[in-house]
Design a binder for this molecule. Structure first.
Ligand SMILES: [Zn+2]
Length: 190
């Protein structure tokens, strides 16, 4: 020991701050979220670090945008309409640049019964008094982060709905062997 050590008063070493216990579960804000039934192709941060997703539900030419901070969504609502990746990316980027909503909880995956009811409602919304309407799974694009189911699951659910409600929904096989669903017009009560 050096002599000077005996006479030099050293400031007490600061006590290290008590460390925050590591959270056992980090808040999931959607940076790695892979909701069932869609492919997330791009993610942006908004001004408060909430994630804005660009996703596609099936075919690669139809994209949608959803903010996991506020409830902003942009996706084609009709099967006849669609959004290219560049348009979706532009919308997501523009939204991320202005949105200040904090990350909200990720949408929970609903149970099967809830999704069956939702599909039933959506099919009924396509019904009119006059003509048969095709119901395409594409029409659900905007709801896919709520539904969180694959296309085959949705197809099976629509077949079940057609079995249970033949007066509402018909299934036909197209010449490419894919299934097509048609909503029947209202029949007047007799
Ligand atoms: Zn937002």
């Amino acid at each position: 020991m050096a002599l000077s050590d005996l006479f030099t008063r050293r400031p007490a070493a600061p006590t290290p701050p008590a460390e925050d216990p590591a959270p056992t579960v980090w808040p999931q804000i959607g940076e790695t979220w892979k909701p069932e039934g869609v492919t997330v192709v791009q993610r942006y941060y908004n001004q408060a670090h909430a994630v804005v997703l660009v996703y596609t539900a099936s075919k690669r030419y139809r994209y949608g945008v959803a903010c996991l901070g506020c409830h902003y969504t942009k996706a084609p609502s009709a099967a006849s309409d669609w959004m290219e990746l560049s348009d979706a990316a532009e919308a997501a980027n523009a939204h991320a640049g202005t949105c200040r909503a904090l990350p909200r909880d990720l949408p929970a995956r609903p149970d099967d019964d809830t999704v069956h009811k939702l599909l039933h409602t959506r099919v009924r919304e396509h019904q009119n008094r006059v003509t048969e309407q095709e119901f395409r799974i594409d029409a659900l694009d905007r709801a896919r982060l709520t539904i969180q189911r694959t296309n085959p699951w949705i197809e099976a659910a629509l077949r079940k709905l057609a079995d249970e409600h033949p007066d509402l929904l018909l299934v036909r096989t197209s010449h490419e062997d894919s299934l097509r669903f048609f909503v029947r017009p209202y029949t007047p009560a007799s």
